[in-house]
Design a protein around this ligand. Structure first.
Ligand code: HEM
Ligand code: HEM
Length: 174
């Protein structure tokens, strides 16, 4: 029988799938920002000026599309897993305001993980300046959301001394 969705609590650990996808997405997003984004921008500019681009920038641009699409697939599977199997309770030790901030940040992260690749795909395949611009702006905002999230994870570990970060480590899944 399938388990009912639980926001918190039936299990004290994340699923292994969730942990695995979390860190896969971290790597994919790092690749997007640090490796492929420049090539994609150049390929986009080349396409707008009527050329197909070539060589390295063409490869990087296509890698950006492929890696970004993988993020979308991974995020959808992760959200499904999250709703199907719930999440562990927020570990004891952090104050209520920190739990609330964490929840808001998680909702924002999931929204970006879904909306960013869709915006990019619409921009590229519909040749839409509007979606490309929105994607560009979202890429700048997402950096701050990720920074807040990482600060939160580190604060949990070093300041509030909770198990939040430990629970997200590979090998800790159920
Ligand atoms: C979560 C996945 C993705 C992330 C994190 C991401 C990130 C980025 C970043 C950082 C830039 C450079 C923007 C800047 O200069 O600040 C960019 C540009 C761009 N990306 Fe993505 N991207 C993702 C997925 C995709 C996908 C799936 C496509 C599909 C084609 C795409 C299409 C584009 C286009 C067309 C641009 C150039 C837009 C412009 O500079 O105006 N992206 N992306
Ligand atoms: C691209 C960067 C990242 C993205 C997009 C991301 C995304 C997410 C998302 C969506 C969740 C939601 C959990 C839920 O379903 O409720 C989460 C949880 C978590 N992430 Fe990240 N994450 C990133 C980077 C990191 C990094 C670098 C760390 C460690 C320093 C980290 C540590 C955690 C921890 C500890 C949790 C569990 C929080 C809790 O128990 O409430 N994340 N992450």
């Amino acid at each position: 029988m399938s388990k009912a969705y639980s926001e918190e609590g039936q299990h004290d650990r994340w699923t292994s799938l969730n942990i695995w996808l979390h860190w896969t997405i971290v790597v994919l997003i790092a690749v997007q920002y640090l490796v492929t984004a420049g090539g994609m921008e150049k390929m986009w500019d080349a396409a707008k000026s009527g050329s197909n681009g070539s060589g390295g920038l063409f490869t990087l641009g296509n890698a950006h599309i492929a890696v970004g699409s993988l993020v979308l697939i991974a995020a959808i599977i992760r959200l499904w897993d999250r709703f199907a199997h719930g999440r562990p309770p927020h570990p004891d030790g952090a104050p209520n305001w920190a739990h609330l901030l964490a929840k808001i940040t998680h909702v924002l992260l999931y929204t970006f993980l879904i909306a960013m690749p869709i915006g990019g795909l619409l921009g590229w395949f519909l040749n839409s300046e509007f979606f490309a611009e929105a994607h560009h702006t979202a890429a700048e905002v997402l950096i701050y959301v990720i920074a807040l999230h990482v600060l939160g994870a580190l604060a949990n570990h070093f300041w509030f001394k909770t198990d939040a970060l430990r629970n997200m480590m590979p090998g800790r899944g159920r």
